[in-house]
Design a protein around this ligand. Structure first.
Ligand SMILES: [Fe+2]
Length: 371
């Protein structure tokens, strides 16, 4: 199912390409056909355009429609529910991209932070053929190449050459999508077709699957929860606000203060908040200072790094969250852009935090295959 298989869907129902074209025309009105984008957009602007379009699509109902596609075509293939990547990655592959030195090297998801519980949906907005498309290797061959690569410590060039000898282009058109796992090696070759390829890739996380470096809540959202633009909760001039840091969580124990601070500061910048007074818990004290801060009722907002900054213990976590709701203290989670100010958000946080408990590392497992 997910081993580089191609599926059909009714693209006249979903109209994805039209929405993408409109988003691009906002910046480049001269682009009339997606596959001729390279004639209008300067090469050095292609990367930033792809990023902007990925975000701008969230202002349309694109991701709602994409969720419908997942519900219609992907959910029936999996045993349980899934989380979906918050913002898809738009890829624009223009002709002769190698002349500017940017050919996507061969890799596999598990080498770039994706756990084995992820699956990738790769959906094009233009016709994809031969060298303008993704080049992919089936799972069996990918595993063999991975073993050999690690055993013989191949150089970049060796690995690239072996992949080129084995890969196949994904020849599909609009109305089709490709599914693959985080073990399917893939990459690109110089595009000599004369046509631009534009596609989106969106990852999903299966229940109890291994997320590795892609965090549920920030990277992944709940399927159907496509209102993904930031929710800005008002902080008034008279409100008391603090930033709170801790190191108790299995995910946050190595996120040192500097990085927690950066994340909260960025969140404040995005939301238009003044970066507040900074405080935190004593390491090894089970969030007792957070409990005290909420209980004493003198602060209105507590800004912290993530929903993974809350206690790992489910009872303790629920106690803290309910206490904050009772006392009217709003907890802000910068990495996810969630604000706990009602029961519904509490359920959402619990759904996400309980989605999986597999926090193993796929590359460690690979090493054990070899040695
Ligand atoms: Fe990739």
């Amino acid at each position: 199912m997910f081993d580089a298989q191609v599926y059909d869907y009714d693209h006249t129902q979903y109209q994805f390409s039209d929405t993408v074209l409109k988003c691009i025309q906002k910046y480049y009105p001269g682009v009339e056909k997606l596959n001729l984008l390279h004639k209008i957009v300067p090469y050095n602007s292609v990367g930033s355009l792809a990023k902007k379009v990925g975000k701008d699509l969230a202002d349309t109902d694109f991701y709602e429609r994409f969720d419908n596609l997942i519900a219609e075509h992907i959910l029936p293939l999996v045993p349980s529910d899934l989380l979906v990547q918050r913002f898809g990655n738009i890829r624009i592959n223009v002709p002769n991209q190698d002349e500017s030195g940017t050919v996507l090297p061969f890799h596999q998801g598990q080498w770039v932070g994706n756990g084995l519980g992820l699956r990738t949906i790769w959906l094009p907005f233009t016709e994809c053929f031969e060298s303008n498309s993704l080049q992919i290797i089936e799972q069996y061959e990918s595993r063999l190449l991975t073993k050999q690569c690690l055993r013989y410590n191949w150089s970049c060039e060796d690995f690239e050459q072996h992949c080129l000898n084995t890969c196949k282009p994904v020849n599909i058109n609009t109305g089709q999508f490709l599914l693959f796992t985080q073990e399917n090696i893939h990459g690109a070759v110089p595009n000599r077709t004369g046509y631009t390829r534009i596609s989106i890739d969106v990852r999903v996380l299966l229940r109890d699957g291994q997320p590795h470096r892609k965090w549920p809540g920030s990277y992944f959202r709940i399927l159907g929860d496509s209102n993904i633009q930031s929710r800005n909760v008002n902080i008034s001039d008279t409100d008391n606000v603090v930033m709170y840091a801790e190191y108790e969580g299995f995910k946050t124990q190595y996120i040192d203060l500097y990085f927690q601070t950066l994340t909260v500061r960025e969140y404040c910048n995005r939301m238009g908040y003044i970066f507040p007074h900074q405080t935190g818990d004593n390491e090894g004290r089970n969030h007792v200072y957070l409990e005290y801060l909420i209980n004493q009722g003198k602060v209105d907002h507590i800004l912290m790094f993530s929903i993974f900054s809350l206690p790992d213990d489910v009872d303790r976590r629920n106690y803290i969250m309910n206490l904050s709701l009772d006392k009217g203290v709003k907890l802000h989670f910068a990495n996810e852009e969630f604000v706990l100010d009602n029961q519904e958000i509490l359920y959402k946080i619990e759904y996400i935090r309980n989605f999986t408990n597999d926090w193993s590392n796929p590359t460690h497992e690979n090493k054990s295959l070899v040695f």
